[in-house]
Design a binder for this molecule. Structure first.
Ligand code: SF4
Length: 320
């Protein structure tokens, strides 16, 4: 499969109020590619840079440095019509449908907005929209309602439909089910899977929940403090994590067997993640890592290939 998205050494730093020199290194040298039709999961604790990564790949944030290639074109250099075409081909679904939908627009107006913006003529708009609503499990009765008249799950269905109406190739899904009731989450995940098949979509699926990421993704990138700690086939990372931070994330997933839960709990990281303004020297995970060695404090481990399906940034797996 050829890559639809290739990201090379991407960085996104934000300034800190009241300081000319301090920067928040939200994304700090990230490289990966996503094949057409593939789902790459991005998982990590809150503040690890995963949402900033999604927004920077879509150029909703301008990158500080690095390259992003979409369909072979350098996204960082796109201007004018080419940038507009990129905007049409790439979309984002946000975590909270309550805030991502305009409360003053009906669902029909919400859905027509991007079509008008891109000059798409759909003929009989009402008939077209009813047909589209049915593809996400809604119907004509929802067309002239306002967002506050819909449930959380229905609103997220509208947000998903709005994202795919322009027939994009690539969609970033940023915690698309975290604000929903547990009973609705599985339905939305199933909908996303079925739309991916029917619309030939490529996804970046962002979540703090590694079990959901495993369910949704072909491969996953585990992020820690602006960097990728481990990247590989989702099943392999979940069942046999190599990076101590991946192990810690998986240990936090509830498991029915109390003996397994006990043994996993031992690898939980100590303390809270350090600040991305002043990350630790060497391996950024070293203050919390149960396997820390002297080299970890001195030198930053590169993201190195361990086998054909796995890259890990940890000195335990890199020959020195
Ligand atoms: Fe732990 Fe060292 Fe590996 Fe970092 S490089 S995760 S500190 S063992």
């Amino acid at each position: 499969m050829s890559a639809l998205i290739t990201v090379e050494d991407l960085k996104k730093y934000f300034g800190v109020r009241g300081s000319f020199t301090k920067k928040v290194r939200a994304v700090d040298g990230v490289s990966f590619s996503i094949a057409r039709g593939e789902t790459l999961g991005v998982v990590g604790e809150s503040g690890c840079g995963k949402t900033t990564l999604g927004k920077t790949v879509l150029r909703l944030y301008e990158p500080t440095s690095g390259r992003i290639y979409f369909d072979g074109k350098d996204v960082t250099k796109l201007r004018g019509d080419e940038l507009k075409e990129f905007r049409r081909n790439t979309q984002m679904v946000f975590q909270d449908p309550h805030t991502s939908l305009n409360p003053r627009l009906t669902i029909a107006e919400t859905l027509l907005e991007p079509l008008k913006e891109h000059g798409v003529d759909v003929g009989d708009a009402e008939a077209y929209l009813v047909k589209q609503l049915e593809t996400v499990g809604l119907s004509a009765e929802h067309l002239y309602r306002y967002p506050h008249e819909l449930s959380g799950g229905q609103k997220q269905r509208v947000a998903i439909l709005r994202a795919i109406l322009l027939k994009p190739k690539f969609v970033v899904l940023d915690e698309p089910t975290s604000s929903l009731d547990v009973s609705v989450q599985a339905q939305i995940l199933e909908l996303l899977k079925s739309l991916q098949k029917s619309h030939n979509l490529t996804y970046m699926f962002i979540s703090h929940d590694i079990a959901v990421v495993k369910y949704m993704s072909d491969r996953m990138a585990v992020m820690y403090l602006g960097k990728i700690a481990e990247l590989g086939d989702s099943d392999s990372v979940f069942t046999n994590p190599l990076h101590p931070y991946s192990s810690a994330l998986i240990s936090s997933v509830p498991v029915p067997d109390p003996r397994t839960a006990r043994s996993r709990a031992r690898v939980k990281p100590r303390g809270e993640p350090p600040s991305p303004i002043n990350p630790p020297s060497g391996c950024r995970f070293h203050p919390r890592c149960p396997h820390v060695m002297s080299v970890c404090r001195a030198r930053e481990p590169p993201l190195a290939e361990v086998d054909s399906k796995r890259q890990v940034a940890c000195w335990l797996y890199i020959k020195q």
